[in-house]
Design a protein around this ligand. Structure first.
Ligand code: UDX
Length: 441
């Protein structure tokens, strides 16, 4: 098998590399000369655990290569994946599909014999059909099928998610296309991964429905956390108590500062847009979108309240800036809402993040970026944990106390125990776990 992967962004690079690990010959194509040159020299443009090793290994084995030339990559390929960017369009929730359609036109120009053309980027319902139309219009004679094959990778766990997915969804409407896709994913049949074949539109919708459901699950537990704080209940136990019901499931019930990242915010907006445009609005998802946006901003108010109602003239130490651990991605991270509000209220902010600071520097101004967690805390009036990096889970609390000018902690990820923190003499505020929930046990 041989494939061309168009676009070496997050999805394209991870998918292309993992397919090569499965034994397929993969040529990753991009228009960015510097990026292709870098990749040829083993320079990985994104932070993803395990990716660099796999790229180098498969490149050395001759199964993975990088090219600027689509025509050359497409020659003899059984399949061409479109994994180019879909940036936000002019309206809320609308995706700019110009790169996808441009890719379709370029592919049309180089088709030589039967090929499967697969949309791997997350694209709105109807995009596959449009790709098909564009190619058919440009090359009425061409022999091809268009397939939708959404990815469900999580940043920071992408390699494992690709190699051992819960399921693979393939919108392929001809037997020939289904056979090519089945062959590409053959290693997953061996580990009995469910592979679902659907029509194009169903596959496209599965991706959005899945992400919107997860975003809803997170928002649900976040609202339960708000309620727990009022009634003296522990959200962690509520999550466990409901999650043990197999119909609900335990995953994605961690209360926190609101979801961020490159997918949930964008995909929920896109689903809401598609649903409105088709006259079947998804009001639940619309509520989730506005609640999550308000929640992220509301985290700043939590910090202000914990500091006695004002942060004017105070120094706030922030640990964690990325939207989640094990990534350098800052997109829609809660820190981007929280920090500017605290600054506008007169606080100075010192921050540390293991991987995200280069990106953060482009997005957050007037922040003192520190070389470690303890440096950020020096002389701070309050410590705020925004992202649950492992290295923040076992801080030396005596040292923390000696560095802070007041023993105030706001833990937006619930990585410490309220009872233990109270014992250690901290005024500790977390999410949905008021101290009163633990007092009588
Ligand atoms: C997500 C989907 O999980 C993945 O299937 C899809 O392909 C892309 O979007 P990702 O954005 O990388 O992946 O991260 P994920 O681990 O899902 O977390 C998303 C956000 O939700 C983060 O901000 C995280 O902190 C938050 N989250 C997640 C919670 O607040 N609580 C949870 O229980 C789980």
């Amino acid at each position: 098998m041989r494939i061309a992967m168009l676009g070496t962004g997050y999805v394209g690079l991870v998918s292309g590399t993992c397919f090569s690990e499965f034994g397929t010959d993969v040529v990753c194509v991009d228009k960015d000369e510097a990026k292709i040159e870098g990749l040829r020299n083993g320079v990985i443009p994104i932070f993803e655990p395990g990716l660099e090793t796999l790229v180098k290994k498969n490149a050395a084995a001759g199964r993975l290569s990088f090219s600027l030339d689509l025509a050359e990559a497409a020659r003899d390929a059984d399949a061409i994946f479109i994994a180019v960017g879909t940036p936000p369009g002019p309206q809320d929730g609308q995706a700019d599909l110009s790169y996808v359609y441009q890719a379709a036109r370029e592919i049309a120009a180089v088709l030589d014999g039967y090929k499967v053309i697969i949309t791997k980027s997350t694209v709105p319902v109807g995009t596959g059909r449009e790709v098909e139309r564009i190619i058919r219009e440009a090359r009425p004679d061409a022999d091809f099928d268009v397939v939708s094959n959404p990815e469900f990778l999580r940043e920071g766990a992408a390699i494992n998610d690709f190699m051992r997915p819960d399921r693979v969804v393939i919108g392929a409407e001809s037997k020939r296309a289904q056979d090519v896709m089945a062959e590409l994913y053959r290693p997953l049949y061996l580990i009995e991964t469910p592979i679902i074949f659907t029509k194009l539109e169903t596959s496209e919708l599965i991706k959005y429905a899945g992400n919107a459901f997860l975003a809803t699950k997170i928002s649900f537990i976040n609202q339960m956390a708000d309620l727990c704080e009022k009634v003296g209940a522990d959200v962690h136990q509520v999550a466990k108590g409901i999650g043990l019901d197999g119909r609900i499931g335990r995953k994605f019930l961690h209360a926190g500062p609101g979801y961020g990242g490159s997918c949930f915010p964008k995909d929920t907006q896109a689903l809401a847009y598609t649903a409105r445009a088709n006259g079947a609005p998804v009001s639940l998802v619309e509520d989730v979108i506005s609640y999550n946006a308000a929640r992220k901003r509301g985290m700043a108010d939590k910090v202000i309240a914990h500091c006695g109602g004002t942060v004017a003239g105070k120094k706030v130490a922030v640990l964690g800036l990325t939207f989640k651990p094990n990534t350098d991605d800052m997109r829609d991270s809660p820190s981007l809402d929280i920090i500017p509000i605290l600054q506008a209220q007169g606080a100075t902010v010192s921050a540390y993040d293991p991987e995200g600071m280069e990106e953060a520097k482009k997005l957050l101004s007037d922040v003192t970026y520190c070389t470690g967690a303890y440096q950020a805390m020096e002389g701070a009036d309050v410590l705020v944990i925004v992202t649950e990096w492992n290295e923040f889970r076992r801080l030396d609390m005596d040292r923390v106390k000696s560095l802070l000018s007041a023993p105030l902690i706001v833990d937006l990820r619930n990585i410490y125990s309220p009872a233990e923190m109270a014992e250690d003499g901290f005024e500790y505020l977390s999410i949905g776990r008021p101290l009163s929930a633990f007092m009588d046990i």
